[in-house]
Design a protein around this ligand. Sequence first.
Ligand code: ZN
Length: 79
Amino acid sequence: MEDHHTPDPALKFKPDYKWPEPGTERNCPADPTIPWQLNEYDPAYYGKPWWCFKCQFQFSEEDLAQGITCPNGTPRKAP
Ligand SMILES: [Zn+2]
């Protein structure tokens, strides 16, 4: 009997992130002068909507709802 091969769903899995409205703005909690970049929604893009270039970290609205935010979440003191 032939073993039916089913494609690995992991290869097709695209996380279904809630995408913020265009124009939504958020700032890095570690440095409020740094705005997070909101990536454009693109079906070919598998990443998360928010990108903090300062912390090199991506976020989804789901992450934020869970309190996940920039790893350097405490404000830096001015030099
Ligand atoms: Zn940040």
